[in-house]
Design a protein around this ligand. Structure first.
Ligand SMILES: CC(C)(COP(=O)(O)OP(=O)(O)OC[C@H]1O[C@@H](n2cnc3c(N)ncnc32)[C@H](O)[C@@H]1OP(=O)(O)O)[C@@H](O)C(=O)NCCC(=O)NCCS
Length: 146
């Protein structure tokens, strides 16, 4: 492709703002594998977005559960922007901000997310039978030390 025709990708990872909630909600709605919360509740935790050319292309929600221990609550990327490294960047940003132990749960069938987390250094730490519903499914618990 002619390089002049390529659209420049300006990517920033930044804290979510109230005005991002509609975009977060749209990404969440397009991501059945993700946990579905009222997006307003994400702002009560550490919610960061990937800003791609001034549009929200993905979000990551985390919280510190105890000193030196954090968990990932949700992560999703706009389907049109997947496999371009957005989740990897969101994750790397969060893991660099809070040192210590990190935990998450993921649906056992969610190969894409499990591979992403393994590529970031997470290991399988356990399995919770029938943890999810609609549809019922086991959760894989994953752990990482930052
Ligand atoms: C899982 C998800 C967040 C990945 O986002 P993404 O921005 O596409 O991921 P990245 O481009 O950063 O991928 C990083 C690595 O993760 C792995 N990965 C991501 N998507 C994958 C897929 N569909 N199949 C296999 N591996 C995948 C790969 O190792 C990839 O590296 P590579 O592209 O160099 O091979 C995205 O698919 C998504 O939003 N899914 C729906 C919501 C969800 O499942 N959230 C997780 C809740 S626990």
């Amino acid at each position: 492709m002619d390089p002049k025709r390529q659209v420049r990708r300006e990517i920033t990872i930044r804290p979510a703002r109230f005005t991002d909630l509609a975009a977060i909600d749209a990404i969440q709605s397009a991501s059945p594998e993700a946990v579905h919360w009222n997006p307003t509740d994400y702002l009560k935790h550490d919610c960061r977005v990937c800003d791609l050319n001034s549009c929200v292309a993905g979000f990551l929600v985390t919280r510190e559960v105890a000193p030196g221990e954090s968990e990932i609550l949700n992560l999703a990327v706009d389907p049109a922007e997947r496999r371009t490294g957005i989740a990897r960047r969101l994750l790397a940003d969060a893991l660099a901000q809070a040192k210590g132990a990190w935990f998450l749960e993921v649906r056992a069938s969610n190969e894409a997310a499990i591979r992403l987390y393994e590529s970031a250094g997470f290991h399988r730490a356990g399995r919770r039978p029938q943890y999810y519903y609609e549809p019922a499914e086991d959760a894989i618990v994953m752990r990482f030390f930052s």
